[in-house]
Design a protein around this ligand. Structure first.
Ligand SMILES: [Zn+2]
Length: 210
Protein backbone atom coordinates (compact mmCIF):
# COMPACT_ATOMS: atom_id res chain seq x y z
CA UNK A 1 0.00 0.00 0.00
CA UNK A 2 1.22 3.48 -0.88
CA UNK A 3 1.62 5.96 1.95
CA UNK A 4 -0.49 9.01 1.13
CA UNK A 5 1.71 11.99 1.89
CA UNK A 6 -0.88 14.42 0.48
CA UNK A 7 -3.14 13.75 3.46
CA UNK A 8 -0.30 14.50 5.89
CA UNK A 9 0.72 17.68 4.11
CA UNK A 10 -1.29 19.05 1.19
CA UNK A 11 1.42 21.65 0.57
CA UNK A 12 4.23 19.19 -0.16
CA UNK A 13 5.36 20.00 -3.71
CA UNK A 14 8.43 17.74 -3.97
CA UNK A 15 9.17 14.38 -2.44
CA UNK A 16 11.60 11.46 -2.70
CA UNK A 17 9.93 8.06 -2.96
CA UNK A 18 10.71 4.58 -4.27
CA UNK A 19 9.25 2.57 -7.14
CA UNK A 20 7.70 -0.62 -5.78
CA UNK A 21 6.09 -2.05 -8.89
CA UNK A 22 6.01 -1.43 -12.64
CA UNK A 23 3.28 -2.63 -15.00
CA UNK A 24 3.61 -1.35 -18.58
CA UNK A 25 3.45 2.45 -18.39
CA UNK A 26 2.26 2.61 -14.82
CA UNK A 27 4.01 2.38 -11.49
CA UNK A 28 3.26 1.98 -7.78
CA UNK A 29 5.29 4.05 -5.31
CA UNK A 30 5.95 3.46 -1.61
CA UNK A 31 4.83 7.04 -0.89
CA UNK A 32 3.13 9.69 -3.01
CA UNK A 33 2.16 13.36 -3.12
CA UNK A 34 -0.15 12.85 -6.16
CA UNK A 35 -3.83 12.45 -5.29
CA UNK A 36 -5.62 10.15 -7.77
CA UNK A 37 -8.36 11.25 -10.13
CA UNK A 38 -11.94 10.35 -9.28
CA UNK A 39 -15.20 10.35 -11.24
CA UNK A 40 -15.69 13.98 -10.26
CA UNK A 41 -12.18 15.47 -10.00
CA UNK A 42 -9.07 15.37 -12.22
CA UNK A 43 -6.52 14.61 -9.48
CA UNK A 44 -2.87 15.67 -9.60
CA UNK A 45 -0.30 16.09 -12.34
CA UNK A 46 3.43 16.61 -12.27
CA UNK A 47 6.68 14.75 -12.90
CA UNK A 48 8.37 11.63 -11.63
CA UNK A 49 12.13 11.49 -12.30
CA UNK A 50 11.60 14.41 -14.66
CA UNK A 51 8.99 12.55 -16.77
CA UNK A 52 5.49 13.97 -16.94
CA UNK A 53 2.71 11.79 -15.54
CA UNK A 54 -0.65 11.61 -17.28
CA UNK A 55 -2.24 11.34 -13.86
CA UNK A 56 -2.72 8.89 -11.03
CA UNK A 57 -5.58 6.48 -10.62
CA UNK A 58 -6.84 4.00 -8.07
CA UNK A 59 -7.31 0.44 -9.28
CA UNK A 60 -8.66 -1.71 -6.51
CA UNK A 61 -6.38 -1.24 -3.53
CA UNK A 62 -3.48 0.11 -5.58
CA UNK A 63 -2.67 3.64 -6.57
CA UNK A 64 -1.04 3.76 -9.99
CA UNK A 65 0.91 6.65 -11.49
CA UNK A 66 0.46 6.60 -15.23
CA UNK A 67 2.82 7.74 -17.98
CA UNK A 68 2.00 8.41 -21.61
CA UNK A 69 5.38 7.17 -22.83
CA UNK A 70 7.38 4.06 -22.18
CA UNK A 71 9.27 4.37 -18.91
CA UNK A 72 12.98 3.78 -18.40
CA UNK A 73 12.68 2.99 -14.67
CA UNK A 74 13.04 -0.25 -12.77
CA UNK A 75 11.41 -1.59 -9.66
CA UNK A 76 13.42 -0.48 -6.63
CA UNK A 77 14.56 2.77 -8.30
CA UNK A 78 14.25 5.99 -6.37
CA UNK A 79 11.59 8.38 -7.61
CA UNK A 80 11.80 12.15 -7.41
CA UNK A 81 8.25 13.52 -7.33
CA UNK A 82 7.42 17.05 -8.46
CA UNK A 83 3.85 18.25 -8.15
CA UNK A 84 2.17 20.58 -10.64
CA UNK A 85 1.34 23.01 -7.86
CA UNK A 86 -0.63 25.43 -10.05
CA UNK A 87 -3.16 22.72 -10.94
CA UNK A 88 -3.24 21.37 -7.38
CA UNK A 89 -3.97 24.78 -5.85
CA UNK A 90 -6.74 25.41 -8.37
CA UNK A 91 -8.21 22.00 -7.56
CA UNK A 92 -8.07 22.65 -3.80
CA UNK A 93 -9.72 26.05 -4.19
CA UNK A 94 -12.58 24.66 -6.32
CA UNK A 95 -13.04 21.62 -4.10
CA UNK A 96 -13.13 23.86 -0.99
CA UNK A 97 -15.55 26.20 -2.75
CA UNK A 98 -17.99 23.34 -3.31
CA UNK A 99 -17.83 22.43 0.39
CA UNK A 100 -18.43 26.01 1.44
CA UNK A 101 -21.18 26.77 -1.10
CA UNK A 102 -23.06 23.64 0.04
CA UNK A 103 -22.96 24.89 3.67
CA UNK A 104 -25.62 27.63 3.69
CA UNK A 105 -28.02 25.57 1.53
CA UNK A 106 -27.93 22.87 4.19
CA UNK A 107 -27.72 24.99 7.32
CA UNK A 108 -30.27 27.68 6.48
CA UNK A 109 -32.61 25.98 4.02
CA UNK A 110 -32.26 22.23 4.71
CA UNK A 111 -31.31 21.65 1.06
CA UNK A 112 -28.32 19.33 0.86
CA UNK A 113 -26.58 18.83 -2.49
CA UNK A 114 -26.23 15.23 -3.67
CA UNK A 115 -23.13 15.66 -5.81
CA UNK A 116 -20.29 18.02 -6.69
CA UNK A 117 -17.67 18.00 -9.41
CA UNK A 118 -14.69 20.04 -10.56
CA UNK A 119 -14.17 20.41 -14.30
CA UNK A 120 -11.56 22.69 -15.85
CA UNK A 121 -12.13 26.26 -14.68
CA UNK A 122 -15.57 25.56 -13.25
CA UNK A 123 -17.24 23.42 -10.64
CA UNK A 124 -20.81 22.30 -10.14
CA UNK A 125 -23.20 21.38 -7.35
CA UNK A 126 -26.20 19.13 -8.00
CA UNK A 127 -29.39 18.97 -5.92
CA UNK A 128 -32.01 16.28 -6.29
CA UNK A 129 -34.76 18.91 -6.70
CA UNK A 130 -35.23 22.39 -8.09
CA UNK A 131 -34.00 25.17 -5.78
CA UNK A 132 -35.64 28.60 -5.79
CA UNK A 133 -33.71 31.64 -7.03
CA UNK A 134 -34.12 33.23 -3.62
CA UNK A 135 -32.42 30.32 -1.83
CA UNK A 136 -29.63 30.22 -4.42
CA UNK A 137 -29.01 33.98 -4.11
CA UNK A 138 -29.01 33.93 -0.31
CA UNK A 139 -26.72 30.90 -0.11
CA UNK A 140 -24.27 32.40 -2.59
CA UNK A 141 -24.29 35.67 -0.67
CA UNK A 142 -23.59 33.84 2.61
CA UNK A 143 -20.79 31.74 1.06
CA UNK A 144 -19.06 34.86 -0.27
CA UNK A 145 -19.51 36.52 3.12
CA UNK A 146 -17.83 33.45 4.70
CA UNK A 147 -14.96 33.83 2.22
CA UNK A 148 -14.45 37.46 3.28
CA UNK A 149 -14.70 36.61 6.98
CA UNK A 150 -12.43 33.56 6.69
CA UNK A 151 -13.55 30.21 8.11
CA UNK A 152 -11.17 27.42 9.01
CA UNK A 153 -11.30 24.27 6.84
CA UNK A 154 -10.40 21.10 8.74
CA UNK A 155 -9.99 17.50 7.53
CA UNK A 156 -9.66 14.55 9.89
CA UNK A 157 -9.85 10.76 9.98
CA UNK A 158 -12.88 9.06 11.47
CA UNK A 159 -12.05 7.72 14.93
CA UNK A 160 -13.81 4.39 14.37
CA UNK A 161 -14.05 3.75 10.64
CA UNK A 162 -10.55 3.13 9.26
CA UNK A 163 -9.58 5.11 6.18
CA UNK A 164 -12.68 7.28 6.39
CA UNK A 165 -12.14 11.02 6.22
CA UNK A 166 -14.25 14.06 7.12
CA UNK A 167 -14.00 17.70 6.17
CA UNK A 168 -15.63 20.59 7.99
CA UNK A 169 -15.82 24.25 6.96
CA UNK A 170 -16.33 26.60 9.93
CA UNK A 171 -19.26 25.23 11.90
CA UNK A 172 -21.14 23.87 8.85
CA UNK A 173 -21.93 20.17 9.00
CA UNK A 174 -18.88 17.89 8.39
CA UNK A 175 -18.96 16.07 5.03
CA UNK A 176 -17.32 12.68 4.35
CA UNK A 177 -14.81 13.01 1.50
CA UNK A 178 -11.26 12.29 0.41
CA UNK A 179 -10.34 15.53 -1.27
CA UNK A 180 -7.73 18.19 -0.52
CA UNK A 181 -8.54 21.67 0.69
CA UNK A 182 -7.09 25.10 1.33
CA UNK A 183 -6.78 25.91 5.06
CA UNK A 184 -9.13 28.86 5.18
CA UNK A 185 -12.09 30.04 3.08
CA UNK A 186 -10.16 33.29 2.43
CA UNK A 187 -7.90 31.29 0.09
CA UNK A 188 -10.84 30.26 -2.12
CA UNK A 189 -11.48 33.63 -3.79
CA UNK A 190 -14.95 35.00 -4.60
CA UNK A 191 -17.52 32.53 -5.97
CA UNK A 192 -19.41 33.56 -9.13
CA UNK A 193 -22.52 31.77 -10.28
CA UNK A 194 -21.99 30.91 -13.97
CA UNK A 195 -25.32 29.18 -14.60
CA UNK A 196 -28.32 27.57 -12.93
CA UNK A 197 -30.17 24.91 -14.84
CA UNK A 198 -32.75 22.28 -14.01
CA UNK A 199 -32.01 18.98 -15.77
CA UNK A 200 -34.41 16.07 -15.30
CA UNK A 201 -35.82 17.76 -12.21
CA UNK A 202 -32.39 18.24 -10.67
CA UNK A 203 -30.89 21.63 -9.94
CA UNK A 204 -27.41 22.12 -11.34
CA UNK A 205 -25.37 25.16 -10.24
CA UNK A 206 -22.14 25.97 -12.05
CA UNK A 207 -19.59 28.24 -10.38
CA UNK A 208 -16.29 29.89 -11.23
CA UNK A 209 -13.77 31.57 -8.92
CA UNK A 210 -12.25 35.05 -9.02
ZN1 LIG B 1 -13.42 17.82 0.48
Amino acid sequence: MTELIYYQDQFKKEFDAKILKIDGNRIILDKTIFIPQTNTEPGDFGKINNMKIAGSKKDGKHLWHIFQKQIPFQEGDSAKLELDWHKRLKGMRFHSALHLFAGPFDKTFAKRPVAGAVKGNQAQLIFKEEISDEIIDKSLHQANKDIETGLEIKSYWDKKKKGFRWTQVGDYIPIPDGGLHVRNTKEIGKINLVSKKVEQGKQKLVISLE
